[in-house]
Design a binder for this molecule. Structure first.
Ligand code: NAD
Ligand code: GDD
Length: 326
């Protein structure tokens, strides 16, 4: 590994990490991208970055990974959409090793700024029982009742960031991402989230001529979805900002899953017959991002519309589906 580097992106072989590395390189920064996956499985490999395959849950690997870095974006986690996190709680919670070892190693190495990617899954379940709910504010994470497994790991790890800041003056930044989507992410295999899954199902319907698709739940559960460009902009803004408090980073455009399917069908120019699977993983009934705090601190909030973001995402997923059928 090279001696000095501007930024380390942990989880750089993943969806958000792959985009972030590209964005940082485009700004002229030197970047070390680290992921546990073999390189051929990375969503994006940027030749100008220092690309490292390593398991950051090991303290010595975390120490080697952050060596000589000014900033660290900690995005590495064993995670996915509801289909994955509901059935792999141990794997999700074991990411705590990666989160704590990276934080410890970054502090020891004298890293100037440390960013942790938390999740809307930290929010208390009791605040998310209604699809027309009021949006989640940062204080709604307590009293703690987060998503089982994955949400507990995120809540614990964001608190570790807080304690490193309070006890040692270490500069930590925490964003609570709300469902992020876009090209070059997981679209099949079981870890995909609703936007990519729906794009895949509709693309398969278009390509096969069989217009029947399966939707998990009755489709009246609600979410907001943030396009990757907003995620990149917001993450770097939070990293460079003055506030160490966890802050929502999500769109506030609330839709039901049925409305999400409507939009994808409109983009694809098709109407599908929907079969609703009522015993499939569904997670909370309703979730939206209250963006008051990010507007107050940064004078900004995510603004890419779901229609605009899904047009780009559907085009990319359609190409992947088509290629996989050849
Ligand atoms: P992703 O699964 O595409 O990327 C995560 C990457 O981390 C993967 O490539 C994985 O191989 C890598 N990784 C896992 N364990 C590792 C280890 N021990 N050592 C090195 N690398 C390891 O996920 P993503 O969508 O890019 O999410 C990035 C981060 O943002 C994650 O921490 C995730 O929990 C968080 N987040 C994402 C969303 C979302 O909607 N995408 C929402 C909330 C939070
Ligand atoms: N994944 C998926 N696949 N979800 C579907 C599908 C499908 O084919 N059909 C309907 N859904 C429904 C799910 O049942 C759920 O109610 C909703 O779409 C959203 O599912 P996901 O996108 O998988 O996850 P989520 O929004 O509940 O949680 C995600 O976002 C969090 C941050 O907001 C996860 O990715 C978490 O890991 C993440 O932290």
């Amino acid at each position: 590994m090279s001696k000095q580097v501007d930024v380390v992106v942990a989880g750089g072989g993943g969806f958000i990490g792959g985009h972030l590395v590209g964005d940082l390189l485009a700004q002229g920064l030197t970047v070390r991208s680290i992921d546990i996956k073999p390189r051929h499985e990375w969503y994006q490999v940027h030749p100008d970055a220092e690309n490292v395959v390593d398991d950051l849950s090991l303290l010595e690997s975390a120490r080697a990974g952050v060596r000589g870095a000014r900033q660290v974006y900690m995005l590495a986690a064993d995670m996915g959409g509801m289909g994955f996190i509901e059935n792999n709680k141990t794997a999700c919670m074991l990411s705590v090793l990666t989160s704590t070892h990276m934080l410890r190693a970054a502090h020891e190495a004298g890293v100037e700024r440390y960013f942790y990617s938390s999740s809307a899954c930290v929010y208390a379940a009791g605040k998310q029982t209604d699809p027309n709910l009021t949006a989640l504010r940062e204080e709604d994470a307590y009293p703690a009742q987060p998503e089982d497994g994955y949400g507990w790991e995120k809540l614990f790890s964001e608190r570790m960031c807080r304690h490193y800041a309070e006890d040692f003056g270490f500069v930590t930044r925490v964003a609570r991402y709300h469902n992020v989507y876009g090209p070059n992410g997981t679209w099949t295999g079981g870890r995909e989230k609703a936007p990519a899954a729906v794009c895949r199902k509709v693309a398969e319907a278009v390509l096969s001529g069989d217009h029947r698709i399966e939707i998990w739940g009755d489709g009246e559960q609600s979410r907001s979805f943030m396009y990757i460009d907003d995620c990149l902009h917001g993450s770097q803004m939070i990293m460079c900002g003055d506030s160490g408090e966890p802050v929502n980073l999500g769109s506030s455009e609330l839709v039901t899953i049925n409305q999400l399917v409507d939009i994808v069908e409109r983009i694809a120019g098709v109407r599908c017959e929907r079969k609703h699977l009522l015993d499939a993983p569904q997670g909370v009934r309703g979730r939206n991002s209250d963006n008051t705090l990010i507007r107050e601190i940064h004078g900004w909030e995510p603004s890419v519309t779901l229609l605009d973001g899904l047009e780009k995402t559907y085009a990319w997923v359609y190409d992947q589906v088509k290629r996989s059928h050849q």
